[in-house]
Write a protein that binds this ligand. Structure first.
Ligand SMILES: Cc1cc2nc3c(=O)[nH]c(=O)nc-3n(C[C@H](O)[C@H](O)[C@H](O)COP(=O)(O)OP(=O)(O)OC[C@H]3O[C@@H](n4cnc5c(N)ncnc54)[C@H](O)[C@@H]3O)c2cc1C
Length: 440
């Protein structure tokens, strides 16, 4: 006999997809969650994996474990490579074998990827930080640079190994630059014999006139002061025009092109929606914005296909930012809309509740905007700590994170410093995301 239960397929189990799945926990539906990784990733703490504070397991619990008690949900590991809106099926590539999954309602929540503003060749030398693979590769490159510097006898070459360039002074770039500076000044003391890690240069490069543009002026000023205090060099109004193995080319506004010699470059400058956004838009006639985000109706569904929802970082609605809270709330809203429809009720428009914005600068220093209130310094950091603990998935992960934070912030060591050769070279070998390479 045919199964009459309404089938909800959720593509992507990040903040939006997981919230959507959990919202359906008591609904009379069958939920299939498809993700290309086996874990739900807490992206805001990726920089701590890269800089050796947390282990990858602390911020990426297995999706199966998270959803183990939700009896109406099943999990499928695979890369979604096609959506047929006529037959209402999703094509999944499971490491070479193809599988088709049918839906009655579809929630697309595949997030965003790094944007190099059309200069994709930069990626080889300046990886971004979106996945566990990225964070481990960066960890390998950063700690590897200290190792190379230690064995280098030429002072000029050693200097190039000890110069780190972070491109993009949004929250990710600021957090990473701050942690790198702190790693060099505190975390690696007495570890080396030939080099002094405190000689490290951390250069934070930003094309725009300010760092952290989403924050109010006094908080930006405070963040800049704190960064400079811990030794980060801030280069504003400087556009990166070239990246290669040993440096970056910089074009300052009203200046002339020059070159910063550096072996380790990290790209934190821009994002674009997952390629599935354009795929869904092409199939349904929906519009996409410049960042590839899909314009949705007020209830987060597609105007021409109300059974399809696009949520989280892929969604373009009322200029909402690409942040975790928007993702979680829009994911939940899509699921609530599905339940309402099943109950014969009209959908409601999505209303975002802004709980505030935070960014850490370094140990015991953060800035935050909560409604009309500004927080900075140690108070800001305590709020940051509390919020991140509250939103991390899994009790055991919280305990592990607190222990690792204790080692790194109260003590001085970074316990998660294991690096492997594969972390650094594997991306070039396997050609990550190659299945999307030929897309328009
Ligand atoms: C380094 C970093 C720091 C950040 N810091 C903050 C912060 O401090 N505060 C904040 O609010 N926000 C922060 N963000 C933004 C926040 O993490 C995102 O807004 C949020 O993750 C978006 O959720 P999402 O569910 O839309 O996408 P994601 O969380 O990116 O999830 C997308 C999921 O889809 C899966 N997927 C992708 N493509 C496919 C496919 N074809 N088939 C199957 N599965 C697929 C991925 O594996 C992933 O699990 C940060 C982001 C980054 C990268």
């Amino acid at each position: 006999m045919e199964n009459q239960t309404h089938r909800v397929v959720i593509i992507g189990c990040g903040f939006a997809g997981l919230a959507a799945a959990q919202e359906l926990r008591s609904a009379p539906v069958d939920v299939t969650v498809i993700d290309r990784t086996n874990h739900h990733l807490f992206q805001p703490l990726l920089y701590q994996v890269a800089t050796g504070i947390l282990s990858e397991g602390d911020i990426a619990p297995p999706i199966r474990e998270v959803l183990r008690r939700q009896r109406n949900a099943r999990v499928l590991l695979g890369d979604v490579v096609g959506i047929d809106v006529e037959t209402r099926t999703v094509a999944v590539d499971r490491f070479g074998s193809k599988q088709t999954v049918s839906y009655d309602s579809l929630i697309v929540a595949t997030g965003a990827t790094q944007s190099y503003f059309g200069q994709d060749s930069f990626a080889r030398y300046a990886p971004g930080m979106k996945t566990i693979d990225d964070a481990l590769e960066l960890r390998g490159r950063m700690f590897g640079a200290f190792e190379m510097a230690e064995g280098e006898s030429d002072p000029a070459k050693r200097k190039v190994w000890l110069t780190f360039a972070v491109v993009g002074a949004g929250p990710t770039g600021v957090e990473l630059a701050g942690q790198l500076a702190e790693l060099a000044k505190r975390g690696l003391q007495e570890n080396f014999r030939a080099i002094d890690p405190s000689m490290v240069r951390v250069v934070l490069i930003e094309a725009g006139p300010t760092l952290l543009p989403m924050f109010r002026e006094p908080l930006r000023v405070r963040a800049e002061k704190d960064l400079r205090k811990i030794g980060v060099e801030l280069m504003l109004n400087s556009k990166v025009t070239g990246v290669d193995a040993t440096g970056v080319e910089l074009l300052p506004t009203n200046g002339t092109l020059w070159r910063l010699e550096t072996r380790t470059k990290i790209w934190a400058a821009g994002v674009q929606a997952s390629p599935l956004g354009r795929m869904v838009a092409n199939a349904t006639g929906a519009k996409v914005d410049r960042a590839g985000r899909v314009e949705v109706a007020p209830d987060c569904s597609l105007p021409a296909r109300p059974e399809i929802f696009v949520v989280g970082d892929m969604m373009s609605l009322s200029h909402l930012p690409g942040v975790a809270q928007v993702a979680m709330q829009s994911g939940r809203h899509a699921s609530k809309t599905i339940t309402r429809r099943l109950e014969g009720l009209q959908p409601l428009p999505f209303k975002y509740f802004d709980k505030g914005t935070l960014a850490t600068i370094a140990r015991f220093r953060a800035i935050g905007e909560i409604g009309p209130f500004n927080a900075s310094g140690f108070v800001g950091w305590l709020i940051w700590l509390f919020i991140h603990l509250a939103f991390m998935t899994g009790f055991r992960n919280r305990i592990a994170a607190v222990a690792n934070w204790g080692w790194a912030f109260i003590g001085r060591t970074r316990r998660q410093r294991t690096i492997t050769y594969q972390q650094v070279v594997a991306r070039q070998a396997v050609g990550r995301n190659s299945m999307f390479r030929n897309e328009p």
